[in-house]
Each structure stands twice: as C-alpha cells, then as structure tokens.
Design a protein around this ligand. Structure first.
Ligand code: ADP
Length: 286
C-alpha cells in the first residue's frame, strides 16, 4: 500500500522570470507504508523541493502528489490533515525550539492537533524514550541541552505527532561522528518499533547504505534510480559519474574487480565484502 505517490511531478521556480529553474522534472515514484527510504543526490538535484511536495508546502507546477491515495490539493481540509500525516524535519531543526522546557517543545505539535492532555503526555513520553531523552532532560530548558540532544528533542516533537511518514532533511548534519551514529541508531529504533515510513535525505551514501530498504537517487531534478541497495550499488560506476561518492568499501571492491578479482558488483557493506573475499580465498585455497 503506497503512502506517498507522485505522478509526473514537475516543479519550476521563478516561472516567467529570467531565473526560471526546473527543479523537478517529471518525477513518478511510489513509496510504500513502512518503508525506510534513503534520498540522495548532490546539491541542487531537487531533494528539498521533492520532500516539500510530500506535505503540501509546495504545489506541483504540473503532475500530482498523492498521500494515502488522496490528492490533497483538491480539498483545503485535506491539506491540513496531510501536515499531520507527513511529518517534515528540516535541517538544523533545533533552531526552532522555543518553549520553556523540552517537554513543552515536544508537546507543541500534538497540542496543535487538538489531542487531550493524557494522550499528549503519552506521546511526549514515548517520543522522548525513542530519542533517548531522560525525564530530567524533559524538564530542562532546551538551551541547557547539548547540540545532539537538542537535535533529538526537535525530532521527538515531530515523532510525537505520529505521522504515517516521517521525513528528515540531513538529520545528522553538523554533528560529530558519535552524534551522527546516535541519530541513525535512533531512527532505526523508531522505524523498528513504529513500522511507519521514514525518508532520510542525505548526501552520504555511506550513512544511507546502512539502513535504507530502498534508495532514491536524484540527479538534475530527475529520478536517476530508485531501488534496493544492492541494485543501486550495482551501478556504482554510473553513480560516481554523476558526482556521488559510493561507500568506501564499494570503491575498494570495485578496484579489486578491476584487478581481476571477481567479487561481485553489489558490495556495499563491510560484512558482505568480508564474506565475498573469504569465499574467493577459499576457492583459491591458500
Ligand atoms: P537539493 O535539496 O538537492 O540541494 P533543491 O531542491 O534545493 O536541491 O534545488 C533544486 C534546484 O532548484 C537547484 O537548482 C536550486 O538552485 C533551485 N532552487 C531551490 N530553491 C529555489 C528557490 N527558492 N528559488 C529559485 N531556485 C531554487
């Protein structure tokens, strides 16, 4: 069952101006309920423009966007509903924290949805637990938290709205390696427990390769490919040609293939690389 579907989606910035720019060009994709999607492409490939169509922040110049099978632009009431169905976490969301306490900040979205106090409390506690914030931290001012904790608090605010699809734009940007790992571990936990759709925008194949069920690669406003990781990395040379870095382990394996060691063209994790290399070594029996 699809949660987000686009049909021939085209978006043009500055139509009828000298700055006219086709940011999305005939994009037709279908994202299913419960999928974990990685959205990748280099700067200017159309990633942000695309995700802003998923909850109605942008209206297609032509083509359609369907959420839960509905064309929400056809009905004003549906446009409000879609903001709750599809939760968007922008880059550096911590800049939007403003309440006196972390708890109030996380409760802001659910409160806007008109939920009762008990339900709001349940959601705030569950979201805090999912992102790894303690009860004491909930009572602090957001400004007393570390950078990584602030980021997680802001993400919890969107999770607490229990969107059917959660979309995050570069959720780990600007964090140190430990902070990055915490964010991705947290998203994996959220996805495993809630089974809701998660879409993560990133420019790092390395990060995306670790968790995505399918990877959507954008290039110059068009879908370059949208497939499971082994199939995407099977095209690693083409991906490098459009200026994206494939995971380091894929580059090493490709190099070994060029040197005559046939290790397959779909290696993108260290574990699988190890298996393929050991298989080869056993065959040549050293
Ligand atoms: P990405 O998120 O992959 O970096 P964007 O969706 O931000 O890509 O941008 C796609 C294209 O649209 C780029 O060429 C960018 O310069 C252009 N663009 C983005 N936002 C605007 C805007 N507000 N006005 C004009 N052009 C824009």
């Amino acid at each position: 069952m699809s949660i987000i579907k686009t049909e021939g989606l085209t978006y043009v910035y500055g139509e009828k101006t000298p700055f006219r720019k086709v940011a999305l060009d005939n994009v037709s994709i279908e994202i299913n309920e419960g999928e974990m999607i990685g959205l990748i492409g280099h700067t200017g490939s159309g990633k942000s423009t695309l995700i802003q169509h998923f909850n109605g922040l942008l209206k297609p110049t032509s083509g359609k966007v369907l959420v839960d099978g509905e064309d929400f632009f056809a009905d004003k009431k549906k446009l409000r509903e879609v903001r709750f169905k599809v939760g968007l976490v922008f880059q550096y969301p911590e800049y939007q924290l403003f309440e006196e306490t972390v708890e109030k900040d996380i409760a802001y979205g659910p409160k806007n949805m008109g939920l009762d106090e008990d339900e709001i409390k349940r959601r705030v506690n569950e979201a805090a637990e999912l992102v790894g914030l303690t009860k004491e931290q909930l009572l602090k001012s957001p400004f007393e938290l570390s950078g990584g904790q602030k980021r997680r608090a802001a993400i919890a605010g969107v999770m607490a709205m229990e969107p059917k699809a959660l979309i995050l734009d570069e959720p780990a940007s600007g964090l140190d390696p430990q902070g990055r790992d915490r964010i991705f571990d947290m998203l994996k936990k959220y996805h495993t427990e809630k089974r809701n759709t998660v879409i993560v925008v990133s420019h790092s194949m390395e990060d995306i390769a670790k968790f995505a069920d399918r990877i959507l690669v954008m290039n110059e406003g068009k879908v370059f490919c949208f497939d499971e990781p082994p199939k995407v990395f099977g095209r690693s040379r083409e991906i490098e040609q459009i200026g994206l870095a494939v995971p380091q382990v894929t580059r090493v394996i490709n190099k070994l293939c060029e040197m005559g060691y046939d290790l397959g063209d779909d290696v993108y994790t260290v574990g699988y690389a190890e298996k393929q290399i050991l298989k080869k070594l056993n065959k040549v029996q050293i």
